[in-house]
Structure formats: C-alpha cells, structure tokens
Ligand binder design. Structure first.
Ligand code: BGC
Length: 433
C-alpha cells in the first residue's frame, strides 16, 4: 500500500512554519512578554520571578543539587571553585518510571511516595552520611509561584505528570519532610529554581554574555534576565513558562493531542515542540497514513532521532521502527515519506522555539541595539536531535537579518544540575539560607 500523496502533502503543510508565520510568532511572543510584565491577564506567559540575578562566577564551596523534572532524576554534589570552574564530586541518577516496577510520574503515586524516592536518592548520593551539613539547591522543573528563593508552590503539573498532592504545595517543604523521614536532618534545601533558570545560572557562571536560558528536552521553557530598566527593582531572572505560550496556530493533530492530554488547554507551545510530545504527534499522523486508528504505540523522540540519523536512500531506520511498532512493512517510498514526516515535526519544533528566542532578544534589546549574546540551552533534544542547530541558525537569519551573527545558541550540558548548586551558593552568600 502506498500512502495517499495528497493527504501526506496536506499534513506536511500543516506542520510547516513559513517565514511570515515565523515572524508573527516572534512578534506575538514579544507582545506577550510585554503584557506579562505589565501584569495583564491577556498574556499567556507566566513571567514568574526567580528571586535570583546572575552569579558572579566567584561562587565557591560544596553544594548538593537535586535535579527533578524530566525522565530521570539526578542528585549531584558539586564543588564550586570560583572563576567559572567547578568539579562534580558525586552523581547519581534514576528514572522516575520503570515499566512494571514503579512509577513516580502518574496519578498512582502520592507526594509522599515521590518525595521519599527523591530523598532516597539524596541519601545514596551522600553515601548515607547523616552528619556533614549540606546545603541543597533544588531544580524543580514545573511552573511554580515563588515568594522567595526557598518557597515555591507548584501551580500545575506539566509534561503529563500527575502525582497526587503536589499541586498547590510548597515543594521544598515536601522535600524537607521526606529528608527528615529518611534521617537526613543534616541536608537543608535552601533554594529552589526552575531548570531553565538553572541553565541560565550555569551558563552565566561559565561563559558570561548569557542572559537567556532554555530547556529543549522532555519539556520546553525559556527564562531571561529582566533588567527592569529605569526602575528601582533589581535585575531578576524571570521564568517565562514559555511552554504555555498560546498564540499559535495548532493543526488538527495538535488539537487532538491537547484534548487527550492530562491538562487540555495548557502548555500549547510545549505540546507542539517538546520531546514528550513529538513521538505522540508522529504516531497520530502515522496512524492516519496507515489507516489504523489505534495510537499510543509508544513512539518517543528517540525514535524520531533514529529515523533522522539514517540518511540511507530507502530510509531503513524508518521502516524498521514502523515495523517493530505496528507490524506493517512499508514500501521504500513510504519509509522515505515517514522520514520526511519526522523531519517536518522536528523542523517545526525548532522554528517555533527559535521564534520565541528572537521575541525574547527583541524584547531585551528594547529600542536599543541587539547585543552580542549566547542563548544557553540544555536538554537531550538540543544536544542530540538531527536538524536542530542548522534550523535554529536559519530561523535566526530569517528573523534577525544582518544582526543574526550576534546571537547564537550554546549547549549548557548539565546546567540544570549545576545551576541548582549555584542557587544554593548564591542564597547562602546573600545570607538567605
Ligand atoms: C515546565 C517548565 C520546565 C520545562 C522544561 C515544562 O513542562 O512547565 O517549568 O522548565 O518543562 O523542563
């Protein structure tokens, strides 16, 4: 059976962001930033204050970091050595979900169970040491309303997380209680940061020239340093929760995906761009092309990456992956189309994200010139997914023209962990913890 070519072309067009639309998204994003800064309810960006500015690069000392919010949870012990340098002394990591074994993502788990799991990992990282005092920075990668650097309440779960009893709670209190249950009264969580904020802190510590940080992984989000120019307020990193950006034109697959998700209506940009959803979109389109209604065959962004890495003329990887998941053997020309579909999903994702980056650059430049700067990005998609770097650059040149060489993205690998340690150090130095 060959795919219906007319239908295929219609679908690819629905996943295409043309230059005019790209510009519109960038402009709408900047507009939403402005509305958000002015406190307007019409903004789809939350613009959450982090209670942190940038580090000086001279932070020193040993700090624990708990990095929670994606597929894996990690606990690390860092030695910050100043001068933008550091050493990772210990690192442990565990998936939050193992099929037929445990699941700390879904609604089957309670807050207590989840945080006991996290505390056990902290315990493992410090080898059961219940004496040495440790300060811990907590990267909690979900929209949280903060009133200070310690106190962050989860507003709403994203990325299909659904653990009971966490929404509305102060997450560091849940963590502290779990550490006490575990006998780890020597570990004090003193700071909580979003992962995008942590990435910006880490890049500013190491590189300088960085005032925008982002995550491109299971989820997606961007933060930036808001200078509050002309006002008395201190420059503060704002977590935009850009995955919640709404001013977009979702196609019928995006709409169906949203309706079937844990939180319909929320995180519309994230559902169009992030790793958690790419495989689902791919699956939905494939089902339509194959004429098979059933979905949820568990495609992930890793499968999309594998399909795209294969440059062979007959797109063998696409055929293999579809055969394994569906039992259907594709003709070579259909396998090539499946690869094209995977590419369209990825390219759309990169272009939409690039537009939001440029919207942020425009907003921070204000009426002045665009500064030379890096945008720090952490996450497996940015690191590993084919076509990301080149499409990001292409979108920057479409939007920024001759200013495009001033702005680049840099990989801030592990930034979501290091940034938590920096937040703990900055909080301690400021005498706040
Ligand atoms: C969350 C953000 C987070 C991003 C990347 C999103 O789902 O809402 O807070 O930064 O994922 O992990």
């Amino acid at each position: 059976m060959a795919f219906d070519r007319g239908k295929f072309d219609e679908i690819i067009a629905a996943f295409t962001v043309d230059p005019a639309h790209l510009r519109e998204v960038a402009a709408d994003f900047r507009h939403d930033m402005r509305l958000g800064l002015a406190g307007s309810p019409d903004s789809s960006l939350r613009m959450l204050p982090s209670y942190l500015g940038l580090p000086t690069g001279e932070e020193r000392g040993d700090y624990l970091a708990l990095d929670f919010g994606g597929t894996n949870v990690r606990v690390l012990l860092y030695r910050l050595e100043g001068n933008g340098t550091y050493e990772t002394l210990t690192q442990v990591a565990k998936p939050l979900k193992v099929d037929r074994s445990y699941d700390y993502v879904g609604a089957g788990a309670t807050a207590e169970q989840l945080f006991d799991f996290l505390a056990a990992l902290v315990d493992e990282a410090i080898g059961g040491d219940q004496k040495t005092p440790y300060l811990l920075g907590h990267t909690f990668s979900f929209p949280s309303a903060q009133t200070n650097i310690y106190d962050a309440r989860l507003i709403i779960w994203t990325k299909e997380f659904a653990v009971r009893g966490v929404e509305g709670a102060v997450v560091n209190d849940l963590l502290k209680d779990a550490l006490v249950r575990r006998g780890l009264t020597n570990v004090t969580p003193n700071a909580v940061v979003n992962d995008a904020v942590a990435v910006l802190l880490s890049a500013a510590y190491i590189n300088g020239d960085t005032e925008i940080g982002a995550i491109y992984a299971t989820g997606h989000n961007t933060c930036y340093l808001e200078p509050y120019a002309g006002s008395a307020a201190q420059p503060t990193i704002l977590n935009m929760e850009s995955g919640g950006f709404q001013k977009l034109t979702p196609n019928r697959f995006d709409t169906a995906l949203d309706e079937a998700s844990e939180k319909p209506g929320e995180q519309r940009l994230e559902k169009m761009v992030a790793g958690r959803y790419m495989g689902v979109l791919f699956d939905m389109v494939l089902a339509e092309l194959l004429g098979t209604p059933e979905r949820r065959r568990g495609f992930g962004s890793v499968d999309i990456g594998r399909i795209l890495e294969d440059q062979s003329e007959r797109a063998h990887a696409a055929a293999d992956i579809v055969r394994t998941a569906t039992g259907r053997t594709l003709a070579a020309e259909d396998a090539v189309l499946v690869r094209e579909l995977a590419r369209a999903i990825v390219v759309r994702s990169v272009r939409l994200i690039a537009a939001t980056f440029v919207g942020t650059v425009w907003q921070t430049a204000g009426a002045g010139k665009i500064r030379r700067q890096h945008i720090a990005v952490d996450g497996s998609l940015y690191e590993k997914m084919p076509y990301v770097g080149e499409n990001m650059r292409r979108a920057f040149s479409e939007l920024l023209g001759e200013d495009a060489p001033l702005v680049d993205t840099i990989f801030a690998g592990g930034g979501s962990g290091l940034g938590a340690a920096l937040a703990a150090a900055m909080t301690e130095q400021a005498g706040r913890g």
